[in-house]
Design a protein around this ligand. Sequence first.
Ligand SMILES: Cc1ncc(COP(=O)(O)O)c(C=O)c1O
Length: 258
Amino acid sequence: MPYCYRCPLEFPDCGTECARRVEDIVNYHTTGDVAAMIVEPILGEGGLVVPPKEYHDLVQRICKDHNIVYIADEVQTGFGRTGKMLAIEDFGIKPDIITMAKGLGAGMPIGGYITTDEIAASLESGDHFSTFGGNPVSCAVALENLSYLEDAGLVKNSKKMGDMLKKQLKEIQQSSKHIGEVRGRGLMIGIELVKDLGTKEPAVDETQSVAKGLMKSGVLIGTGGVKKNVIRLQPPLCITEEEAQKVLNLLEKEFKQL
Ligand SMILES: Cc1ncc(COP(=O)(O)O)c(C=O)c1O
């Protein structure tokens, strides 16, 4: 996956080398007969990393050239989280399969996928089987939830609140010695903390300390990233400006204390 903040190459001069490596992996590390590739449009657990648009374009083309089914995993990005109904809308890609879950049920257990007619036709009754699959209550809630997201303007709110949070976090970053990068789309924002802006050494303890500080004030935030030094802001899509400002004030206080 691309990770521009920690990549030794500079985008866009790099020519999106990370995507080209995917083709090397197919050619040299597999039999060449790859069934599918699963890609998160924006990395969730991996640290809220937003790939350049070119990455998805190239990877999709590589998959097509090698007859590999391209699966976009929208379980975490799906349904308004990134300021669009689905994150792929921002990248202009057309996956063969899209998986979805969390934001589909808004708390009710449900998972699903959308696919092409051709792939759907390859499944026969009983091929895809699950104890609780097709639960009518979950399905009814998911349909209602999708309507509510649109009717209540929550996708727009995700973009508006996300832009506001990101803008102000970038201002806070100017006077911080520990904020390496602020990134994300909509209400899927990552703040990567480092011990030193030059060496980019991951600030793991500091990340935990910020999360604990906010918890004491009644605000729960996530932490993650491959190096465990990313603060994850993924609030409910109905967050108000007042609530977002409260989180910003608390974060600013914690960053000053670091
Ligand atoms: C990107 C992504 N895909 C898949 C999953 C797993 O989803 P589920 O528990 O619905 O199978 C998660 C869970 O955190 C996720 O973040």
